[in-house]
Every structure is written in structure tokens, then in C-alpha cells.
Design a protein around this ligand. Structure first.
Ligand code: TYD
Length: 206
């Protein structure tokens, strides 16, 4: 049986993660791999409820509570979806993971990034991706894409551009610190060029 492979996609809202995840899924499935496509928040039934709170709750949520809600979603998701799939030798392609919490709650909400990471490491018993694809896009370009696609912003998308600038900078710092785990791609490039870069890197993992 093939070894399970855990691939995460990261990047700001509007950077094209979902499109690339789907293209990668199709390519791997054509090559005969069993693929689980999933996401955080909201990759489980419990997670769908957490997602509704973190993205659409009408009042304020204290930043530490928000960080813990994402971590709770992650704990349940890793235990019930991600680890079992990897144990079966499948490829897990996931929109967002721990790096999202470090970037959004750590840098975006200005919490202690190491503490935020620590909570997620506890939640996941230390499970890290084999590969993290960072789709890097400047905040203005991302906002332009979202404006075309959305009539209503969720709680995070509605944050000011300074918030999204901090998120982007944090992602790039994370990628610099772990070049073996990260593939950084300019998300302004054409969709098929990005997909080819991702496939080349994934091929080296299989
Ligand atoms: P996403 O599912 O990418 O949103 P959409 O389906 O609307 O494109 O992500 C939802 C939001 O949650 C996104 O703005 C980033 C945020 N988020 C965090 O702040 N911390 C986290 O740990 C995760 C996983 C997501």
C-alpha cells in the first residue's frame, strides 16, 4: 500500500486554493490515488457548526476564543478524518490548516503566534503536512477577486486591509522558516501554470 500523503493549501481569501485543490485532486485520481478533499474550518459535522460560529456569528468573539474554536475544529477533524485517511494510505488535500491559525489569529488578531501554534500542535498531536502550498497574492488583488465573487463577506474577510497585509506577511515568514515543507507560488499566475508547479512538487512526494 502507498504511504499516506498530507497536502495543505494556504493563502489569503481569494487566492485560488479551492480551484487548485480540485485540479490536484483530479490529477491524482487519474493517476489512481485515492484522495480525500477536505477543509478547515468545517471538514466534519461538528466542524460545520464551529464554522458557522467563527465565520458568521453576529457579535464579537474574543480573539483567544476564536483561536480555540479553530483549534477545536482541527482536533476533531484530524482525529476523525485526516489521520484515518493517512493510515489507509490515501492522499489528503486540505484547504487550510495550522498555518492559517498562526497567520490569522497570531498575526491578524495579534496574539502570541507561538502560543497559537502550540494550541494547534496539542489539538493535532503534532501532525504536520508533508507539503504546504502557499498561494501568495497581495491583499488588494485578493480583495478584487473577492469583490467579483461575493455579495457578503464573512467575519474574517470583512477585516481591514491591514489585517490581511499582516496575514500575508506572516505566511511568507512561515514559508521562509520551513522551505522544505512549503511551496510558495505567485497566485497571480495563470491557473494552469500554478497547477503544473504544484503537480511537479507533489510528484516528488509520491
Ligand atoms: P475559507 O474556508 O478559506 O473561506 P471561504 O470558503 O469563504 O473561501 O476560510 C474561512 C476563513 O477562516 C478564512 O477567512 C480564514 C479563516 N481561518 C482562520 O482565521 N484561522 C484558521 O485556523 C482557519 C483554518 C481559517
Amino acid at each position: 500500500m502507498s504511504r499516506g500523503v498530507f497536502i495543505t493549501l494556504e493563502g489569503g481569501d481569494g487566492s485560488g486554493k479551492t480551484t487548485q485543490a480540485e485540479l490536484l485532486r483530479e490529477w491524482l485520481a487519474t493517476g489512481g490515488r485515492t484522495v480525500v478533499r477536505t477543509r478547515e474550518p468545517g471538514g466534519t459535522e461538528v466542524g460545520v457548526e464551529v464554522r458557522e460560529i467563527v465565520l458568521h456569528h453576529r457579535g464579537d468573539i474574543a480573539p483567544r476564543a476564536e483561536a480555540l474554536l479553530y483549534a477545536a475544529d482541527r482536533a476533531h477533524h484530524v482525529a476523525t478524518v485526516v489521520r484515518p485517511a493517512l493510515a489507509r494510505g490515501e492522499v489528503v488535500i486540505q484547504d487550510r490548516y495550522i498555518d492559517s491559525s498562526v497567520a490569522y489569529q497570531g498575526a491578524g488578531r495579534v496574539l502570541d503566534s507561538e502560543a497559537v501554534r502550540g494550541i494547534s500542535e496539542w489539538a493535532t498531536e503534532g501532525l504536520l503536512p508533508d507539503l504546504t502550498v502557499l498561494l501568495d497574492l497581495d491583499a488588494d488583488a485578493a480583495r478584487g477577486r473577492l469583490d467579483e465573487a461575493r455579495t457578503r463577506y464573512d467575519r474574517l474577510e470583512a477585516e481591514a486591509s491591514e489585517f490581511h497585509d499582516r496575514v500575508r506577511a506572516a505566511y511568507l515568514t512561515l514559508a521562509d522558516a520551513e522551505p522544505d515543507r512549503f511551496l510558495v507560488v505567485d497566485a497571480a499566475r495563470p491557473v494552469d501554470e500554478i497547477a503544473a508547479l504544484i503537480r511537479a512538487r507533489v510528484a516528488s512526494l509520491l
